[in-house]
Design a protein around this ligand. Structure first.
Ligand code: SF4
Length: 235
């Protein structure tokens, strides 16, 4: 599952956050990017109503209720979720090119401050009305995430950077290359368990490759030359 670039737009009420989110959606969706938005509200607002069928499902213990109508599909989760949890869910639903959250000023995601508000950690940009500059920063974020998604995500430090994210940044900003990641270069085995990618470091990958090839070469009809191997185990 690829990580998606997420940016949170925060500011006090009436600071123009929603207008900015709407403008960003128009801009990026107009460039054929798949954009997803999240609206965070500190209120007790619920789209569900006591006595409705969906409310009854929830009361019976459903962990998530999907309200599917002829015009819309809404996913109702009967509890508060932090931005990171919502991001995880979105990753499982499919990949978006950009996720824009309105609010979540204290989340870890890169953020844009709008209006007169104290700057929070990981603020990428303080918006001063220069839309082109903000767009450039968000495009940088998308490009960085693309590089990060090309790397194995092991954070092993073998490239000299503490994390894959840092090498991705160096590729984007300096003259580093994807080939500076040895693990990626030497990757011989792609492992999926229950459909999910499981990153394998160099030595476990060598072990899996050597063990399987050795066993298969002993089988009738399999020659010494094994260049590509697919194996699927089902229950
Ligand atoms: S060597 Fe590759 S896997 Fe290890 S931290 Fe660097 S980029 Fe990530």
């Amino acid at each position: 599952m690829a990580n998606q670039p997420v940016v949170a737009i925060y500011g006090n009420s009436d600071s123009g956050k929603t207008e900015l989110v709407v403008d960003l959606v128009k801009e990026f969706a107009g460039e054929d990017l798949e954009v997803c938005t999240i609206k965070h509200s500190p209120s007790q607002l619920s789209l569900d109503e006591e006595g409705k069928d969906t409310w009854r499902h929830k009361e019976a213990g459903s962990r998530m209720t999907v309200l599917a109508t002829e015009v819309e599909t809404s996913f109702l989760v009967p509890r508060k979720m932090e931005l990171e949890e919502v991001e995880e869910m979105l990753k499982r639903m499919g990949s978006f090119d950009l996720v824009i959250a309105e609010g979540y000023k204290d989340a870890d995601a890169p953020k844009v401050a709008v209006g007169d508000i104290d700057s929070r950690d990981n603020t990428l940009h303080e918006y001063d009305g220069d839309f082109s500059e903000l767009k450039r920063k968000i495009n940088d974020l998308i490009a960085l995430k693309d590089f990060e998604n090309e790397l194995p995500g092991l954070d092993c430090g073998r490239c000299g950077y503490d994390s894959c994210q840092e090498l991705a940044k160096a590729i984007y900003e300096e003259d580093k290359e994807l080939s500076d990641c040895d693990v990626r270069e030497q990757r011989m085995v792609d492992l999926k368990v229950n459909g999910e990618d499981v990153p394998l470091e160099y030595f476990p990958a060598q072990f899996v490759e050597g063990g399987l090839k050795g066993m298969l070469r002993a089988l009738k009809g399999v020659g010494d030359e094994i260049n590509r191997l697919s194996l699927e185990i089902r229950d």
